[in-house]
Design a protein around this ligand. Structure first.
Ligand SMILES: CC(=O)SCCNC(=O)CCNC(=O)[C@H](O)C(C)(C)COP(=O)(O)OP(=O)(O)OC[C@H]1O[C@@H](n2cnc3c(N)ncnc32)[C@H](O)[C@@H]1OP(=O)(O)O
Ligand SMILES: O=C([O-])CC(=O)C(=O)O
Length: 452
């Protein structure tokens, strides 16, 4: 048996070999016109598909000139601003109506939304003993991994798991949409109990409540929440639900679905993509970064001191030394992400209600300073601005949602977008996604062991 220390040293040596022999001369990417990150030389994504589900605008064309503009997001053709204003005006929750729109392509009428809510509520239960046998076993701080485990394990309870007919896939997607809040919240409670020695309680969802209300009900010991809290969480879900076919987790759904695999596997793969800190995992990083800022900046209202910390972040001298200001920047948006703009007005209200206006002012200052600092220090193709996740962690903290659940809340919303895209892929594209990788290695003759 190898001792732990020896094992580590050997792995260190082997990882040096990985680095040496996996290095590719960076000039070759240019020579062979390889689009790193599937982006062209202007940072624009390579066209990989067509979609009807949502559309994103970040530029306008004037006299054949591409000009960055305020971001615009349409779900099935409807502007996200109109959708949000519409359901709020009717004093409704938006998650269910928006899920119907994204999955079926039309705004539901009264009967359709009532039936849909009933279908969701009747799917909102886990198989017998699933909480005891799956969720309570091997709990983890990483609730995204627990969610993926839960989703993959649910396939063993489905006789038709591998059936890719649209009816079966739709049923599976709706069931997953219904149970995601339970999988996430119960996984958190299991972790909180077994790893952190806190009391555990498992509250059942109430079929008469919205998804947002049920999340708060299942999370809190007393099952209570205010109307504003539930409405803000519901808004967060609506804003995170869908973002085109090219975002990393939805593209993963397309890639994996194109191989003919089952719904459970493709949704688990999407979860594994979403948790990355450059994608949905950014909401955790923003809050951790803000905590680090508070430890290193003495006067939060001092623009110079805050700006100097942000410069250190971009210079890889602060926080996780990755050179990123989390919550800022986007692969498509330039001047603004409309979701962040909508969110901000509600965040302001909530921070007033919770007495957190000083922290809100700090976030606002960073939102203003960060783009200028990034623009000064990086190659700019367009512009950078706060993205949807800049304020989301702050909101979740004000709602008393623990850090471990931030990215799972994103997943509870985005499973709807993934589902719509999986169905769109299965209906329209019967071709496995298989891009090319040019080999830049030389052919070598095998050397017998005794000659090496
Ligand atoms: C739901 C979501 O997924 S939203 C995104 C959540 N992710 C984050 O908030 C993490 C922080 N942001 C980022 O890492 C990036 O902005 C991304 C990954 C989202 C987009 O990156 P890109 O597509 O490369 O953005 P863009 O083309 O505008 O970047 C231009 C330059 O600015 C840099 N940049 C962009 N955002 C940031 C940032 N927040 N901090 C530091 N540098 C940044 C890029 O690295 C790039 O520099 P380089 O060409 O010198 O490497
Ligand atoms: O579109 C992207 O690349 C990332 C994003 O904002 C999302 O998935 O919501």
């Amino acid at each position: 048996m190898i001792e732990r220390m020896d094992w580590k040293n050997k792995i260190d040596d082997l990882s040096k070999l990985c680095r040496e022999n996996s290095q590719i001369d960076s000039s070759l990417y240019k020579r062979y016109d390889v689009q790193k990150g599937l982006r062209d030389k202007n940072g624009v994504g390579v066209l990989a598909g067509l979609t009807n589900i949502s559309s994103i605008e970040a530029y306008k064309y004037e006299n054949d000139q591409k000009i960055p503009c305020e971001g615009k997001l349409l779900y099935r053709g409807y502007n996200i601003i109109d959708l949000v204003n519409g359901y709020l005006k009717d004093n409704q929750f938006g998650f269910e109506e928006t899920a119907y729109l994204l999955l079926f392509g039309n705004l539901p009428n009264n009967k359709q939304i009532t039936d849909f809510k009933e279908l969701l509520a009747s799917s909102r239960s886990l198989p017998t003993n699933f909480v005891r046998d799956v969720i309570m076993k091997a709990p983890s701080k990483d609730i995204m991994n627990s969610l993926a485990k839960g989703v993959l394990t649910l396939s063993s309870y489905d006789e038709h798991a591998s059936d890719v007919s649209i009816q079966t896939v739709l049923g599976q997607c709706m069931m997953l949409t219904s149970v995601f809040p339970m999988l996430a919240v119960y996984s958190y409670h299991a972790y909180n109990h077994y790893d952190r020695d806190k009391s555990m309680y498992i509250h059942r969802p109430d079929p008469n409540l919205s998804t947002a209300e049920n999340i708060l009900r299942m999370l809190r010991p007393d099952m209570k929440y205010t109307e504003l809290e539930a409405k803000v969480l519901d808004l967060a879900l609506v804003l995170h639900m869908e973002h085109g076919g090219g975002n990393n987790s939805t593209f993963t759904t397309h890639v994996v679905s194109s191989s003919g695999t089952d719904t459970y596997s493709s949704i688990a793969a999407a979860l594994c993509s979403l948790k990355g800190p450059k994608h949905g995992g950014a909401n955790i990083k923003v809050v951790e970064m803000m905590e680090d800022l508070k430890q290193h900046v003495t006067r939060y209202e001092d623009e110079e001191e805050v700006g100097a910390y942000l410069e250190r972040l971009v210079d890889k001298e602060a926080f996780d030394r990755k050179g990123l200001i989390y919550g800022i920047g986007h692969a498509i948006y330039s001047l603004s992400d409309p979701r962040a703009t909508i969110f901000k007005t509600f965040v302001e209200q909530l921070s007033e209600e919770k007495g957190n206006h000083e922290e809100f002012a700090l976030y606002s200052m960073i939102e203003r300073l960060a783009p200028k600092i990034i623009e000064k220090k990086r190659n700019m193709y367009k512009g950078v601005s706060a993205n949807v996740d800049f304020y989301s962690g702050f909101v979740y903290s004000m709602l008393g949602i623990p850090l471990e659940l931030f990215t799972p809340i994103f997943a509870i919303a985005r499973v709807v977008g993934w589902s719509a895209h999986r169905i769109e892929e299965l209906i329209n594209v019967d071709k496995i996604i298989r891009p090319a990788y040019k080999s830049v290695s030389e052919e070598k003759n095998y050397i017998p062991m005794c000659e090496r």
